[in-house]
Design a protein around this ligand. Structure first.
Ligand code: NAI
Ligand code: 15L
Length: 275
């Protein structure tokens, strides 16, 4: 499939930095946007990336940023639980502003960084139980997870009404290595993350497709078939990390509420109010 010119929002963040390093090897040309400055990657040739410092609240800047790209990988936003007002501004209004810019400039595709926390209160499967499907009812575990439900519904609206395609990726945990026993189930290696984003950028006829984003983990909790249908073939498995993490932290205990659901501690951390 043809490489794409891609706007990567949230490029200065953890996942943005990882994907910025990996996506060009698939032939994609990146334009970067973040409210925080995006420093050059070590060893990167100067002038190979276009960098825009702008807030998702800035509609004019977003229009300019999406002009001429084939697709947007939308990672920018608040990535953990926060006061409702902040979530509204960055994740709800910010994602709306991005889709409006995409519509106004005629961009055809968005890859939206949704999250497992859109379905965080779903009980995790026990051994032998079926994997969680993508059409399981939404059960957001936080205002943060709720904002990802909004993003998925916004994506559906912009497909049905405006013909703009989106792949919503309910990412598990994309970090260089799994660091908790829960992550043995939900980990997505950065290399698999890039494979999945590449598939989401290039698969044909996606309409609005929701997928889970993780590696082919032995202890996987959810069904990757909609991701595989895009052409995603995960190559990694967290299992080599299992013995050490379980020795340090113990197995997950289904009687402990923070171990009972997909969202882990997000389901039990005290709520964050604005004051
Ligand atoms: P991060 O917090 O490291 O990066 C988010 C970036 O968005 C930051 O660089 C921040 O400056 C930028 N940003 C925040 N508000 C903005 C605004 N109003 N305008 C412009 N830029 C803004 O988060 P991370 O881990 O890189 O996650 C990226 C995306 O993927 C987020 O949307 C997150 O919800 C989602 N995600 C990440 C997961 C992971 O495992 N890293 C898991 C599930 C979802
Ligand atoms: C997320 O949605 C967060 O953005 C990320 O930082 C991790 O906490 C991840 O979920 C997770 O569930 O581990």
């Amino acid at each position: 499939p043809a490489p794409r010119t891609v706007l990567l929002t949230g490029a200065a963040g953890g996942l943005g930095t990882l994907m910025r390093g990996l996506l060009p090897s698939y032939g994609h040309t990146l334009r970067l946007l973040d409210v925080a400055p995006t420093p050059p990657l070590p060893g990167a040739e100067e002038g190979t990336e276009e960098t825009i410092t702008a807030d998702l609240a800035d509609r004019a800047a977003l229009r300019e940023a999406v002009r001429g790209v084939d697709a947007v990988v939308h990672l920018a936003g608040i990535s953990l639980e926060a006061p409702f007002e902040k979530i509204v501004r960055a994740n709800i209004e910010g994602t709306y502003n991005l889709y409006e810019a995409v519509r106004e400039e005629g961009v055809g595709r968005v890859v939206f960084a949704s999250s497992n926390h859109a379905v965080g209160y779903t009980p995790r499967p026990g051994e032998g139980d079926p994997l969680i499907p993508v059409d399981t009812p939404r059960r957001p575990d936080t205002f943060y997870g709720l904002s990802k439900c909004f993003g998925e519904d916004l994506a559906q609206l912009y497909w049905d009404r405006h013909g703009i395609e989106t792949v919503s990726v309910r990412i598990g945990s994309c970090f260089p290595e799994p660091t908790t026993v829960r992550m043995l189930s939900v980990w997505m290696s950065p290399a698999d993350g890039a494979r999945l984003l590449h598939a989401a950028l290039t698969a044909e006829g996606v309409g609005h497709t929701v997928v889970y984003g993780s590696s082919a983990n032995t202890r996987l909790w959810w069904d990757l078939s909609s991701a595989r249908a895009l052409g995603y073939e995960p190559q990694d498995d967290s299992e080599p990390y299992a013995a050490k993490l379980i020795a340090e932290q113990g197995e997950l205990d289904p009687d402990r509420p923070e171990h009972a659901c997909l969202g882990g501690h997000f389901t039990t951390d005290p709520p964050i109010w604005p004051h």
